[in-house]
Ligand binder design. Structure first.
Ligand SMILES: [Zn+2]
Length: 489
């Protein structure tokens, strides 16, 4: 009955959405095994998506044609399920997942020297104060629909690794679904967040940090718990659980359909990247909307990371270098994975700052030649040897004012890399001064109480405007993703 599929870049066949898989069963072989939910042609069609959106309701009601849980449970089963969880969220959090505001902000555009329209999705008022909850709501609905469609599947214990907002969102959503949650958090987690977690019934396990290079110790503890206890991955990442990306893609879909209602379009989006789930989800929504014919063409999808931790930008540059090599183009970055990482990362920063024209030319080439045999063969090679492109941050201990995007690994890097290359986007490295500038301007000019991490996409836009990569008169979409809990503001 189900015609949607789960596809992996390293596996030949596809898996059924109703099979009860969360990660690729062939994972662990060294290649990139990561599932992506793929819609069937015409199911849904654009008319069905538009009609559901027009019917009103919360985000997961209006976007139901794009949710696997509704595919599995049918309309009435899905309504019961969504109604039950939403009622619990309303009781405990004061509201469920409403469509979040899309704000046009001329004052902010003026402040950063832009003429084109600037649109901001304000996620700071969403469940638990960030976009993270909607990712996990996708997973909760999928788990519940699966249990109803396949009697005998018991309720599992959930687990997450996080430094803050994701754990908080997981605790809210797990509590609304009646699930037990274990959260692995850094020992120096914000005490406000720790109290909020405990208040939502999460069992908090604090993990000390030692060095870098081995990966996030919270992630390693989470992996161990999955293997040893048979718990279910409830983290805000798609590598262990694809349904998280489906939930997160509701954010991109809201933007697509809100713009359509206004008769507007955007030329670019700029998205902050830590673990990559947010940006991957947004890219997936735009790609699906283009496939369905709801948007005529994809915006360019740009991403940004702090100079204190930029594992994704490194992977992007190494991918450009590999494509340039295959296609006979000049690209003067040589990165020796075996050499001292501090020196290699420093040289990479110097390369980015001194050779932006070369990076831009290569990006334009890849954008134009994306479907060519040469580019596609390099992407296949990357999926076959992901460790040559993405590996845990091995520079100095990650540090930034935007501390929510300092993930050691960009777990959702592969599909995101494809989307950035396909659309001719850039991957920017942000200085701390630009991150601070963006944070202050975001709050001052929009009145939205967004945290530095949540405003860091604006820092990317400031950089991309200064460099000329985004024209001052073009239209742009941003995502203010986290509420500012600091007490000084
Ligand atoms: Zn696979």
């Amino acid at each position: 009955m189900n015609d949607w599929s789960l596809q992996c870049p390293s596996c030949p066949g596809a898996y059924e959405v109703g099979a009860g898989l969360f990660g690729c069963p062939a994972g662990g072989s060294g290649a990139e095994h990561i599932l992506r939910r793929v819609l069937a042609p015409g199911r849904p069609g654009a008319a069905e998506v538009r009609a559901a959106w027009a019917a009103g309701g919360g985000s997961f009601e209006r976007l139901r044609p794009l949710v696997s849980a509704r595919r599995l449970a049918g309309d009435s089963g899905y309504d019961i399920l969504l109604g039950r969880v939403t009622a619990e969220l309303q009781r405990m959090e004061g509201h469920g997942f409403e469509v979040t505001p899309l704000v046009e902000t001329q004052s902010l555009a003026d402040a950063i020297g832009r003429v084109g329209r600037l649109w901001v999705k304000n996620e700071t008022g969403n469940v638990s104060g960030s976009h993270k909850g909607r990712h996990l709501m996708g997973t909760l609905l999928y788990m519940e629909a699966l249990r109803e469609s396949r009697p005998g599947i018991g309720q599992k214990v959930l687990t997450i690794y996080s430094c803050g907002n994701a754990a908080l969102a997981a605790a809210s959503v797990a509590q609304a679904g009646g699930y037990e949650l274990h959260a692995f958090v850094p020992a120096d987690v914000d005490p406000v967040v720790a109290r909020m977690l405990a208040g939502r019934g999460a069992i908090v396990e604090s993990i000390p940090r030692s060095g870098t290079g081995e990966g996030d110790p919270c992630y390693l503890a989470f992996q161990l718990a999955l293997a040893q206890n048979g718990w279910l991955p409830f983290a805000c990442a798609g590598n262990d659980n694809w349904s998280n990306i489906e939930g997160g893609s509701t954010l991109g879909w809201e933007l697509v359909l809100q713009l359509e209602e206004k008769g507007e379009r955007i030329d670019h989006v700029v998205v902050q990247v830590g673990g990559g789930a947010l940006a991957r989800s947004i890219a997936q929504a735009f790609e699906e909307a283009a496939t369905l014919g709801i948007i005529a063409e994809l915006p360019r999808i740009h991403v940004c990371q702090p100079e204190g931790g930029f594992a994704f930008v490194r992977a992007y540059l190494l991918a450009l270098a590999a494509i340039a090599r295959r296609c006979g183009l000049a690209f003067d970055l040589s990165y020796d994975h075996g050499a001292d990482p501090m020196a290699q990362l420093q040289e990479t920063l110097s390369f980015v700052r001194s050779r932006s024209a070369q990076i831009q030319e290569t990006g334009v080439f890849v954008n134009r030649q994306f479907d060519s045999a040469e580019v596609q063969s390099v992407l296949n090679d990357i999926a076959g040897a992901p460790g040559h492109f993405m590996w845990p941050w091995d520079g100095a201990a990650p540090h930034s004012l935007a501390h929510g995007i300092l993930d050691d690994v960009t777990y959702d890097w592969f599909y995101l890399l494809r989307a950035v290359l396909r659309t001719g986007g850039w991957a920017e490295i942000l200085t701390e001064s630009t991150i601070r500038d963006a944070y202050l301007k975001a709050q001052h000019h929009t009145g939205i109480r967004v945290c530095p991490t949540g405003a860091s996409g604006l820092a990317g836009l400031i950089r991309l405007t200064e460099s000329g990569a985004i024209g001052r008169d073009e239209s742009v979409g941003l995502f203010f993703t986290g509420f500012d809990r600091s007490r000084t503001q």
